[in-house]
Design a protein around this ligand. Sequence first.
Ligand SMILES: Nc1nc2c(ncn2[C@@H]2O[C@H](COP(=O)(O)OP(=O)(O)O)[C@@H](O)[C@H]2O)c(=O)[nH]1
Ligand SMILES: [Mg+2]
Length: 251
Amino acid sequence: MSAVSKTHLVLIPSYNPGPKVLATVRSALAQWAPVWVVVDGSTDGSAEALQALAATEAGLRVIVLPENRGKGSAVLEGITLAAAEGFTHALTMDSDGQHPADLIPAFMAASLAQPTHMVLGKPVFDADAPALRVNGRKVSNGWANLETLWMGIGDSLYGFRVYPIQPLIRIMRANHFMRRFDFDPEAVVRLCWAGVRPLNIDAPVRYFRADEGGVSHFKYLRDNTLLTWMHTRLFIGFVLRLPLLILRRLS
Ligand SMILES: Nc1nc2c(ncn2[C@@H]2O[C@H](COP(=O)(O)OP(=O)(O)O)[C@@H](O)[C@H]2O)c(=O)[nH]1
Ligand SMILES: [Mg+2]
């Protein structure tokens, strides 16, 4: 029997996730309840399969968005509903089996011990991780660290993390960006600016080949363009906040 929390939930945004989705959700349920999946306009039958699983799993709730809106939008939908039900923190993880469900309890424990912080997964890659993605990450991490004056972001892109819900909702309502693949890095930088400090915990990330059930919707040109534009606007925000950030770093 997994732990049942009234404050911390596992939130899984899911868009055409491939064959590993049910095993991924089951592995999360084995560690924690509740687990909520936000089906982001998927067209692969996964909504129905997940709803069937929810009929037998009390800890699972499936929220279905009729159209694809992007990962950030799916997370915002989930945390808005969660806040209305009294939850204070959400652990986000991907639906495609890449993230380590067995670390959910450790991440939740870190968040329970320091609830004002965000708990960030620091990726430990396996040998199959595509070099393009690993190196692209270094660029995004370099920018995110500069934009926050090195306040301690271990990784800007890894989606396995625990967010305090209220500050994240405030930031997303004030900002119409960060609705798609730009969600993870922009959330972490803006939360730092809002005074939410990061805790970093090492967490393995798996890259599956297509024949192993690996699915990615990352599109190199589209998503790197999105990330470049995102860091451009964050850099402008950084320059405007520089006096404040320096004061905070010195205090
Ligand atoms: N790419 C993408 N992912 C989405 C979307 N909505 C929800 N997600 C979820 O966000 C997570 C990350 O997406 P994925 O394509 O695996 O990206 P990657 O792991 O960085 O290659 C997965 O759990 C997706 O199911 C969307 O519109 N696009
Ligand atoms: Mg993935």
